[in-house]
Design a protein around this ligand. Sequence first.
Ligand code: IPM
Ligand code: MG
Length: 404
Amino acid sequence: MDRESIIARAKEHFSKLIEEQFERIEMMKKQENFIDYDKLDTLVIGIVGGDGIGPYITAQAQRILEFLLQDKAKQKNIEFKIIDGLTIENRVKHNKAIPDDVLEQLKQCHVILKGPTTTPRAGDPWPNIESANVAMRKELDLFANVRPVKIPQEGINWTFFRENTEGAYALGSKGIHVNEDLAIDFTVTTYEGSYRIIKAAFDYARKTGVNKVTVVTKANVVKTTDGKFLDIAREVAMEYPEVEWDDWYIDIMTAKLLDPKRRNQFKVVVLPNLYGDILTDEAAELQGGVGTAGSANIGKRYAMFEAIHGSAPRMVEEGRAQYADPSSIIRAAGMLLEHVGYTVEAKKLDMALDICGTYEKKLIITGRDTGATSAQFADYIMETLTDGNLEKRWLSYTNSQTGN
Ligand code: IPM
Ligand code: MG
């Protein structure tokens, strides 16, 4: 192909992307308020097993949810909807990140608990389809990826608000292979998309009384898109005079999370998609490993809660899936409860997880038959939940952490 035709083809591709983003912006402009779960007659909770160890650990989280919601189910219809088709095999068969019928079923839910899904990359035996996670965030417009990280002994209580539908991810699978020598990807910052995530972070800082927000970008270098994100942060901050805020560049922020003198000063952190992806892994690792964190993907109509680790196909191949650690997906189930307004149950579950997973540790998960199974761990959690001394046990855990 001659140079002119190559450029013409790339331009056409680029103009389609702009059209798509304009449509997205129109959709965002039309969006109403957040759904009110109290007003629903029936709450539909989708359970999506995903790949690898996903179905094993998700089933345990579902047992715990059913257990905790027994009484609630007397006041409101709570329907669990098992959605099976979000497996790599089925996605490959339909050559889609989320097959149409699966998406249809997801849309019948209000909230979704999702196990890990395999993300193919070039060189894998699968076609290089888009990540199911990323697709779901976009399809259901789950724009706020909320990831809490706590290190009580250091007084660390971080809540990350990672933008979840744009940035380097928005068009991550739609870059242009201009020719053999040149590949171009895009990063997208929209006014509407940035405004709503930054506002969510400031609202949270206000609601929780933390009143401190840190905005992270690389606006000194990525001037157009990150520059816009930071400008919008300045604008939003004006609406919250009582919330103190500062801005950091991602490189030094990554370093400062490792600085014990500094890091507990960060509270609520809001940042574009890719920086949020990276920084939240670092933060979770500091808490005790990526497997210990849960992740909420929140939009105005739908919300999805997931474990932040991978699908560990090797554990399944080696026949060890039943020994997988369900802590992260159970944490995510707790975030789901909190999100729909069952805050007492959510708090109890969090306490039970702290007690069973990090404090008393009467059962240890090793990932193989030297340790407990996921089901045994879930039983241990449920026993702990029914114990009248739950709170006492948890207080002795927190005291042990803070040295009181
Ligand atoms: C995460 C994961 C995903 C992401 C992957 C699985 C696509 O790393 O949830 O942080 O990059 O967002
Ligand atoms: Mg990640």
